[in-house]
Design a protein around this ligand. Structure first.
Ligand SMILES: [Zn+2]
Length: 442
């Protein structure tokens, strides 16, 4: 009897000890204060997460501290009791939308502090904090380029200074945004190359835009004057043999109507390739890699110019219209294609209507595209210098004969290559604004 009593007593004592140890657990809760961004403009979301491995979370408090002042944001008590702990053994997450104006918070640093306490009889606490910089003043933008004449289809450069570090800045022309980069020779300034698309409206809205780290946005007008010009028109006759050959090459699984197949290539594939090119040219080296005028395919004849409006004729009927956004340069068949300037190969491979294609990033948003190649001699990521061989001319993609399709792009927008071939234009429009660079060969 005595032995059984002691066994039961021992078991009860053990259970009680276990219970008390659980209730008295000494593990403090996990707690994190996670602002969406430490720079707060009109509003910012702050996430607070807490979890307790032992008895569970009892209370969570969040408040703002600034210069000895305390502003409560959240005070929560989660269900449970001291004998069983929290009802739910879960991570607690709260999202606070902080609008500085609501609390009369002016610009400057504030601390968001949180404290979580668990259901342990010891009342374990954890506190965490995040420092936020409240900034409700839009960035200051000072444009240093004066009135600038830009040709329709041409490119230009804006130079500007920013009053504070910005997460995004550049030139906005209509709905096109051209990102800016640090000025290559002036540490106080920034530059943005921008382009006037061939179909830009006659009085385009042009602005230098900056968004600071807290999301405040400034837009300052950019003084530009658009020089009008007309673009060439051409008729392109489509032969049955050409269409058969190209539909077979570019739509290998297609077996429907020939003209419909050709139009699919000329319209849908062309549009898809244009999107691919915009994506490929979305990110450029922040360094200016080129110098001087761009090299044209040696001994080449220009067969088609920039922004030529083409009417496609089949069996004496116009069947389609497209704009040709590059230069067609013809030399001898399989002529070596030189890198027109220094840069890094951004793309080397098949690109639909452009066939075998090389795209070179020259930095600061400037790219060149080399299409219809028969052979590619470079790889993506490879650095090239002016006159390095990129490949050989050919007639891959939508080309009727051996030639090079050469295009220049500014942040994904096609511009007239003629300006970039022209040493004088480069000096007056590029060097004059970027300064400091060695004059390149002419
Ligand atoms: Zn072409």
């Amino acid at each position: 009897m005595g032995r059984l009593f002691w066994l039961v007593a021992l078991a009860l004592a053990g259970a009680l000890t276990g219970y008390l140890l659980t209730r008295f657990e000494g593990k403090p809760p996990h707690l994190e204060v996670l602002p969406g961004s430490p720079h707060v403009g009109d509003e910012e979301t702050i996430e607070v997460r807490t979890f307790d491995e032992g008895t569970g979370i009892e209370t969570l408090r969040v408040w703002i501290e600034r210069a000895g002042q305390t502003i409560p944001l959240v005070e929560e008590r989660y269900p449970g009791d001291l004998f069983r702990g929290a009802d739910l053994d879960v991570e607690r997450r709260i999202e606070i939308t902080l609008r500085p104006e609501e609390y009369g918070l002016t610009d400057g640093a504030v601390v968001v502090r949180a404290e979580a306490r668990d259901y342990s009889w010891r009342g374990n606490r954890t506190s965490a904090q995040a420092t936020l910089w409240i900034d409700t003043v839009p960035p200051r933008v000072v444009v240093s380029t004066g009135l600038t004449y830009v040709r329709r289809g041409g490119a230009e450069i804006a130079v500007y200074a920013l009053g504070e570090q910005s997460r995004e800045h550049g030139v906005q022309i209509g709905d096109r945004f051209f990102p800016g980069y640090p000025h290559p020779t002036d540490p106080e300034r920034f530059i943005a190359l921008y382009a006037m698309e061939p179909n830009v409206r006659p009085d385009p809205r042009a602005e230098v835009v900056a968004v600071d780290r807290a999301g405040n946005r400034t837009a300052v007008p950019l003084a530009i004057s658009l020089i009008e010009r007309s673009f060439p028109k051409a008729r392109v006759g489509l032969s049955q043999a050409f269409m058969e050959r190209k539909v077979k090459e570019l739509l290998p699984n297609y077996d429907g109507d020939l003209l419909e197949g050709y139009l699919q290539v000329n319209r849908n594939l062309r549009r898809k390739n244009a999107e691919q090119i915009v994506n490929l040219c979305a990110h450029s080296s922040g360094e200016r890699l080129w110098a001087g005028p761009f090299l044209q395919l040696p001994n080449s004849q220009v067969n088609a110019r920039f922004a030529e409006r083409r009417t496609y004729v089949y069996q004496r009927k116009p069947v389609d219209e497209q704009t040709h956004l590059g230069f067609d340069l013809a030399s001898t068949a399989r002529a070596p294609v030189p890198a027109p300037n220094d840069g890094v190969v951004r793309f080397a491979g098949d690109l639909g209507i452009y066939g075998k294609t090389v795209i070179v990033d020259h930095g600061l948003g400037l790219f060149t595209l080399h299409g219809h190649l028969s052979e590619i001699a470079v790889e993506q990521g490879q650095a090239v210098v002016r006159a390095d061989e990129l490949g050989r001319t050919g007639e891959t993609g939508l080309a009727g004969g051996d030639h090079l399709h050469f295009a220049v792009l500014v942040s994904g927008v096609f511009v007239d290559p003629l300006e970039w071939f022209d040493g004088r234009w480069i000096r007056e429009h590029v060097e004059a604004k970027l300064g400091g660079a060695e004059p390149g060969p002419t």
